[in-house]
Design a protein around this ligand. Structure first.
Ligand code: ADP
Ligand code: MG
Length: 496
């Protein structure tokens, strides 16, 4: 409460019935106002009406630059005023300096005020000004004035205005805080959308945020994408996300797993065939690439396809044309191609089992999905996500259980985590998943290892090779040794 207010609390009875009613009316406006501009306009209108002023002005004061800006200025006729020069900045300055309501009568004859040009031009007789104080600082000023031919303002008017300004600053305070919260909320929502907009893809780690950002960007284009990452990291999920976020989202998304499928079967699946193309081809059949026309097609585990099929795929990528098996008709298709692999394609190119030209056609936009062990902060989020998905929303996970999962190596990545959670839910009777419910394969043999260093080396190498499907290049990389070292060790162990 400012001094003026407390000094004059006894004079409250001096307020007229009209003024009381206006204060009451205004408290209602204050309670329902949610935006500062409408609050201020209503405030000015009330001031003009109650104290019978000619003009009312609400300026915001910027203390750092000692400047004012008009927030609202109105005439009794409800017109707006936009030029601050029409008002006396001297009076504004005085209110700010003295931080209390001021009333001037007979302005024209006051030598301190009549020097202001605006007072002369507007032929102002009396002026009333009150500061709006917020958090101990002058936030703004309300000024009202009246011209020569009108009634003078009274002390009661001044009293009314000071009550009124206190109410305004209370309401402003509430609205400004609300606006700050809204802004903060918007920022949080935007942050959430970054990851949430990726359909079904959970993760808040820096790696997943970057991935989400990249997926959003590449989804806007038709670029061929090569997704790499260990098995179970979410490559298929990422491919679906690219499709769902692209302009092709209403069109088909089809995927073909290319690993360990006989060549001819894979070929007829991809390209389709003409009746009589081979024994058993009793009808014409559309291939998946054709069925995915105008949509997206994913070739999963691309590293495993034969050299012959690689050549056919190259043609699809170069010309977007397909020919059904046994047919001569060329068909144009418009598909976005996404491929995925858990192998290091470039080393396969070097080994000569993967065509270099095809590699470059596929690798137009590479996306690497990091293994789960490189984004351990996602583990608890993913675990909760799977628990909800499996339909046990009331289940909680004790922190020991989370710790156990966070310390694990996750060779099978997110897919393995899903399995572990499924298993844990079967084992758990109550509503709390405990560490003992989390069963991690093979964790024990390395963790509680009792043998020699040489035996440990052997165990680790075997385990890592197993996890990486016998891929020596990847194993060497993950153990930070050379492929040659691995070959020597295997020889030493009598494995080769
Ligand atoms: N970030 C993720 N959020 C939620 N589920 C995921 C995530 N990553 C993978 N999964 C789930 O893990 C399993 C394996 O994912 P998938 O895309 O098939 O992996 P990949 O193709 O790399 O082997 C699927 O059930 C998938 O839904
Ligand atoms: Mg997969």
């Amino acid at each position: 409460m400012n001094n003026f207010f407390s000094e004059n609390i006894n004079h409250i009875k001096n307020l007229t019935k009209d003024e009381f009613e206006s204060l009451y009316e205004f408290t209602e406006i204050l309670n329902s106002a949610t935006r500062q501009d409408s609050l201020i306009e209503d405030a000015i209108d009330i001031v003009i009406k109650v104290i019978n002023a000619e003009r009312g002005l609400f300026v915001k004061y910027d203390e750092a630059y000692d400047t004012f800006s008009i927030i609202s200025a109105r005439k009794i006729s409800n017109e707006s005023i936009t030029d601050l020069h029409e008002f006396s900045s001297g009076i504004l300055q005085k209110v700010i300096k003295e931080r209390k309501p001021l009333l001037y009568h007979d302005v024209m004859s006051d030598p301190h005020l009549s020097q202001f040009e605006s007072v002369q031009i507007q032929r102002i007789k009396s002026v009333i000004g009150v500061p709006i104080v917020r958090e101990g600082k002058v936030w703004g000023v309300i000024i009202a004035d009246s011209q020569l031919d009108r009634r003078e303002f009274t002390e009661e008017n001044l009293l009314f205005l000071s009550f009124f300004s206190n109410l305004v600053s209370l309401a402003l305070d509430r609205i400004l805080k609300l606006e700050e919260l809204e802004k903060e909320n918007q920022i949080l929502i935007n942050r959430l959308q970054l990851t949430e907009e990726i359909p079904e893809m959970v993760g808040d780690s820096a790696a997943m945020r970057t991935l989400a950002h990249i997926i959003h960007k590449v989804a806007l284009t038709d670029a061929t994408v090569l997704i790499t990452g260990e098995s179970g990291t979410g490559k298929e999920l990422a491919a679906k996300a690219i499709h769902t976020l692209s302009k092709r989202k209403e069109k088909p998304f089809l995927a073909q797993f290319c690993g360990s499928i006989p060549d001819t079967l894979l070929e007829s699946e991809l390209f389709g065939y003409k009746k009589g193309a081979f024994t058993g081809a009793n009808n014409d059949k559309q291939g998946l690439l054709e069925a995915a026309d105008t949509g997206t097609f994913m070739l999963d585990e691309i590293a495993d396809i034969s050299i012959a099929l690689q050549a056919k795929l190259l043609r699809v990528l170069e010309n977007r044309e397909i020919i059904r098996l046994g047919d001569v008709k060329v068909k144009k298709i418009d598909v976005r191609i996404i491929t995925a692999t858990n192998k290091d394609l470039l080393s396969l190119v070097k080994e000569g089992t993967f065509r270099e030209d095809l590699y470059y056609r596929l690798n137009i936009f590479p996306i690497r999905i990091p293994p789960l062990r490189e984004r351990r902060t996602d583990i608890s989020l993913l675990a909760s996500h799977f628990i909800k998905k499996i339909g046990k929303p009331e289940m909680v996970i004790e922190s020991e259980a989370i710790k156990k999962m966070e310390n694990y190596y996750w060779p099978g990545n997110v897919r393995q985590l899903l399995n572990v959670i499924q298993r844990a839910l079967i084992l758990c009777d109550g509503n709390k998943l405990l560490a003992e419910h989390i069963i991690l394969e093979d964790a024990a043999d390395l963790e509680n290892f009792q043998g020699t260093l040489r035996e440990f080396e052997k165990l680790l190498l075997k385990k890592r090779l197993e996890e990486l499907h016998g891929n020596r290049t990847l194993t060497a990389k993950s153990l930070d040794v050379s492929v040659r070292w691995i070959q020597l060790k295997l020889k030493e162990m009598g494995e080769q």
